[in-house]
Design a protein around this ligand. Sequence first.
Ligand SMILES: Cc1cc2nc3c(=O)[nH]c(=O)nc-3n(C[C@H](O)[C@H](O)[C@H](O)COP(=O)(O)OP(=O)(O)OC[C@H]3O[C@@H](n4cnc5c(N)ncnc54)[C@H](O)[C@@H]3O)c2cc1C
Length: 283
Amino acid sequence: MRSWLAHYDIQSAASLDDALHVLSREPGKWTPFAGGTDIMVLLEAGKLTKRNFLSIWGIPGLRAITHSPGFVTIGALATYTDILADPVIQSEFPLLCAAARDTGALAIQNRGTIGGNIANASPAADIPPALLVYDATLEVASIRGRRRIDYTRFHTAYKLMDLAADELIISISLPRGRSGWKQVYRKVGTRRAQAISKICFAAAVEVQDRTIRDVRIALGSVAPTVVRATAAEAALRGRLLDADTIHTACAALTRDISPIDDVRSTAAYRRLVAGNLLEGFLS
Ligand SMILES: Cc1cc2nc3c(=O)[nH]c(=O)nc-3n(C[C@H](O)[C@H](O)[C@H](O)COP(=O)(O)OP(=O)(O)OC[C@H]3O[C@@H](n4cnc5c(N)ncnc54)[C@H](O)[C@@H]3O)c2cc1C
């Protein structure tokens, strides 16, 4: 059954300050509406439980991507197309570009935002594993002020996150300096475009003289939230990169993930493919 449009209200915020005041006046009443690519699917399916939407799409300044010597900072309203067009992200954060390129198809890439992808909090979203690998920090704002959160701590349970009803994500910062690392991103889905991931894998490793100096591994669609594979990382850090280490890391990975059977895949397939992706990356 489709939705009846007269049941819904949408208003546009003219500025960040304006948006934060509307959200704080009646916390929980107004739902931020960025690109609308997740919200419109629910509307179309007749499953949209919220009634009042606050469009943040036109807020000046929230779409910019800026570079400082230490960080790249991506405005929450930056689209996948904006991310793909940024020369610094292209050269220093290839996993983010790979994830953006594999998200939906061109129409979604032109309209969907990075902030919306994070706040939609799907464990199958494609950008978050890349953000975990790059040690991203989120900046959120409300009329009470601004705060920063390590992205590793943002998603607390299935569809739950450290974001109050009166807060907006305003930017995502990525520390620079990983360009020497070997990096791999893999999305396993039913087809090349417009597919929700069965598994999403992102990893980066710094190897010197065959020894693993540091490593980040993150996966989507294998747990109630996107996850950093900290047990597998611990089995690798400081070790010689050989067959024994790879075997131990793949065994440790089973402690990092808790996949389920669902409409897209099975827990057994996800476990097998997660291990294969890690083994392939390290090999
Ligand atoms: C055909 C199709 C294909 C898709 N393919 C993929 C895919 O391959 N991979 C993938 O990961 N996703 C995919 N998506 C999902 C979607 O496009 C992304 O999650 C997108 O990035 C959402 O951004 P948006 O701006 O459209 O979010 P919206 O729909 O506007 O909002 C999504 C949620 O985030 C909240 N929100 C938005 N911005 C903020 C903010 N700044 N602060 C706080 N809360 C906020 C909203 O209130 C809402 O709850 C697809 C969707 C469609 C329709």
